[in-house]
Ligand binder design. Structure first.
Ligand SMILES: Nc1ncnc2c1ncn2[C@@H]1O[C@H](COP(=O)(O)OP(=O)(O)OP(=O)(O)O)[C@@H](O)[C@H]1O
Ligand SMILES: [Mg+2]
Length: 265
């Protein structure tokens, strides 16, 4: 349910990033979009990965021949007057196309294109969320260069934890070279196996190491999260079973914390 229109403060840009795959970047990106749209924000979702986000929303209707804007055009700057596609009340999408994959092979200055192109939508949206690929190449650097804030979902696997410092070094590099205004909003533990004593034990240790950078909110692994997205809605939509209600509460709280750290609520 949408609430009243919030006060407008200009478009904020959020990147969801972790160079590790399968940690919940797209899942979070979409849930944050639903949550912000419910709060009355106009949301622009940008997929610079490989199209996972598009799976959540309805396809372009058969008789709709509008040439909607695709994410490779944001990097090239060839917008041609094309626009994002509205896919849900309050959410518009710029889908990934095949050409987006070429961006990682282009000269480094391609990363500035995304930031530049997004400024053209600053009056039309309150929040832009960029879903990124699981590596530290051009598309991810472009997203960080365009962003005000970056949030990092992670899972508690040794591989994932070992990569956290590398991501922070990349963020620091982007802050120094391209985007002094970028803020790392924090790490949010996702897909946590509540039955694994190793995973449960790891959380207080991580809190010690990362302090406030680690969100208090934790999202436990629950199949209803992927089921909800496969059905085109957030996990809190018509949550009935105990599991659904717990997943809904955790995901909503985590999304609210992201929006709060971004200065939006
Ligand atoms: N809390 C959770 N509980 C259960 N399943 C989850 C949870 N979070 C994400 N998933 C599932 O885990 C898989 C990976 O999630 P997702 O695609 O969001 O990760 P990603 O980081 O975007 O991956 P990639 O790097 O490949 O783009 C998906 O099938 C998703 O539905
Ligand atoms: Mg993804």
């Amino acid at each position: 349910m949408r609430t009243e229109q919030p006060e407008r403060k200009g478009m904020r840009v959020l990147a969801v990033a972790n160079q590790k795959g399968g940690v919940g970047k797209s899942t979070f990106g979409v849930h944050i979009a639903f949550r912000a749209a419910e709060q009355g924000y106009r949301v622009l979702l940008v997929d610079v990965d490989e199209g996972d986000i598009s799976e959540v929303f309805p396809e372009v209707e058969e008789d709709d021949e509008t040439p909607y804007l695709k994410s490779s055009q944001l990097f090239s700057g060839e917008l041609n007057g094309q626009n994002p596609r509205e896919v849900y009340e309050g959410i518009s999408l710029i889908e990934a196309d095949v050409e987006i994959l070429d961006v990682d092979d282009m000269p480094l200055d391609v990363i500035m294109g995304l930031r530049e192109s997004l400024t053209k939508f600053a009056a039309d949206y309150d929040l832009c969320i960029i879903d990124t690929p699981p590596n530290l190449q051009r598309r991810m650097l472009g997203a960080l260069t365009a962003a005000d804030g970056v949030v990092t979902p992670f899972d508690i696997s040794p591989f994932s934890l070992a990569r956290m410092p590398k991501l922070l070094a990349t963020v620091a590099g982007v802050q120094g070279e391209y985007n002094p205004n970028l803020r790392h909003l924090g790490f949010v533990a996702n897909r946590v196996n509540s039955k694994s004593s190793n995973e449960v034990r790891a959380l207080p240790e991580l809190r010690e190491a990362y302090g406030d950078m680690l969100f208090d909110e934790v999202v436990i692994a629950r199949a209803c999260i992927s089921t909800a997205l496969a059905q085109g809605h957030p996990v809190w939509h018509r949550a009935r079973s105990g599991n659904q209600r717990l997943a809904a509460k955790e995901m909503r709280q985590a999304c609210d914390e992201v929006l709060s750290r971004l200065g939006m609520n």
